[in-house]
Write a protein that binds this ligand. Structure first.
Ligand code: BTN
Length: 325
């Protein structure tokens, strides 16, 4: 493991560590420790130098731990887990699973998680700000059948699964903004990015990427270009390893149900979580004028229904971006 990640592990408890003690544990000089400490800011970590005493992290955290995540998986889910990668640093957990060309057997899945992403990707080409050790960055790769995928609704199904797992952690007031943003008190708490590949006719390989804000450090907050929320604001305090395992359990169950029953089985759940229905909205279509109207829920394929001048039309995720007026 690179020196700086060993240093972060030593600091993760949030206590003060002297430069001398850190140097001894790492086998480097105090000046070497100082050099590595300075580099931690590039990872979005707030490190405080306490005069005459040493260094401490502003926000302690529990490092991701593969064994602890595996131990919390449901038996039936663990049996189908092909691989679980946990990285200190990666460009993007979605890209890592896309590069990993292992052909997955039916019903098997792989997971990749990371403490930090250098090139975390959001929807519509945006960046997903991914500071070290505080939030959750998780991707899951699996196969989805032609019938289920063709019928639509997959991204909404994933959002429902993520919101359900967050509610099970004690989060009240979670809601969904079509097609798959998870909101808390009017601000974005979590986002989902789907990468689908495969020959026409299927089956398709789908990489589902989930980013959840648990505690956004001050150093990273100003880089986020939209109103955001994190779990710490809601008073929910959940261990990241536990949350990771809960997400995997919830996703696998939701995907099984989606493959077997299609999107129909999720429509009622969507309606309970829908933050948009009945509200005035604007839709942006590439190279086309803005469409404004009133949201009227979703159709049986998960497309958004918008009423404009007494006419209701449907719009598919991927074609448009939605803004609340
Ligand atoms: C969005 O814009 O709402 C989607 C955000 C998705 C972020 C997650 S973090 C884990 C995975 N890896 C990425 O590069 N993106 C997704």
């Amino acid at each position: 493991m690179l020196m700086r990640y060993r240093l972060i592990e030593l600091l993760a408890d949030g206590r003060i560590h002297s430069g001398q003690a850190l140097g001894r544990q790492l086998g480097i000089s105090r000046a070497g420790v100082w050099k590595h400490i300075q580099a931690l800011e590039d990872l979005g970590l707030d490190v405080h130098a306490v005069r005459g005493c040493g260094y401490r992290l502003a926000d302690p955290f529990e490092p991701l731990d593969e064994r602890s995540i595996r131990a919390r998986l449901e038996t039936s889910v663990a049996a189908r887990l092909h691989a679980l990668q946990v990285h200190c640093a990666i460009d993007s957990t979605n890209d890592q699973l896309k590069r990993d060309a292992t052909a997955l057997d039916d019903k098997a899945f792989s997971v990749c998680m990371a403490e930090w992403q250098s090139a975390g990707r959001g929807r519509r080409g945006r960046r997903w700000v991914s500071p070290y050790g505080t939030n959750l960055y998780l991707s899951l790769a699996t196969k989805v059948g032609e019938t289920a995928l063709g019928a639509g609704g997959l991204s909404l199904v994933v959002a429902i699964a993520v919101a359900g797992a967050l509610q099970a952690c004690g989060l009240e007031d979670a809601g969904l903004k079509w097609p798959n943003d998870i909101y808390y008190q009017g601000r974005k708490l979590a986002g989902i990015l789907l990468d689908v590949s495969g020959e026409s006719g299927g089956p398709y390989q789908v990489v589902i990427g989930i980013g959840i804000n648990l505690k956004v450090p001050a150093a990273a907050a100003h880089q986020i270009d939209q109103p955001w929320a994190d779990l710490s604001q809601s008073g929910v305090d959940v261990n990241r390893n536990e949350l990771g395992a809960m997400m995997i359990n919830a996703l696998v169950q939701a995907l099984d149900r989606f493959n077997e029953q299609g999107f129909n089985a999720f429509i009622k759940q969507w309606q309970r979580l829908d933050l948009v229905s009945g509200r005035a909205v604007e839709l942006r279509h590439e190279h086309e004028p803005l469409i404004s109207g009133v949201a009227r829920g979703i159709d049986p394929r998960g497309a958004l229904l918008i009423e404009h001048d007494g006419v209701t039309r449907s719009y598919h995720a991927g074609e448009v971006s939605l803004r609340l007026s």
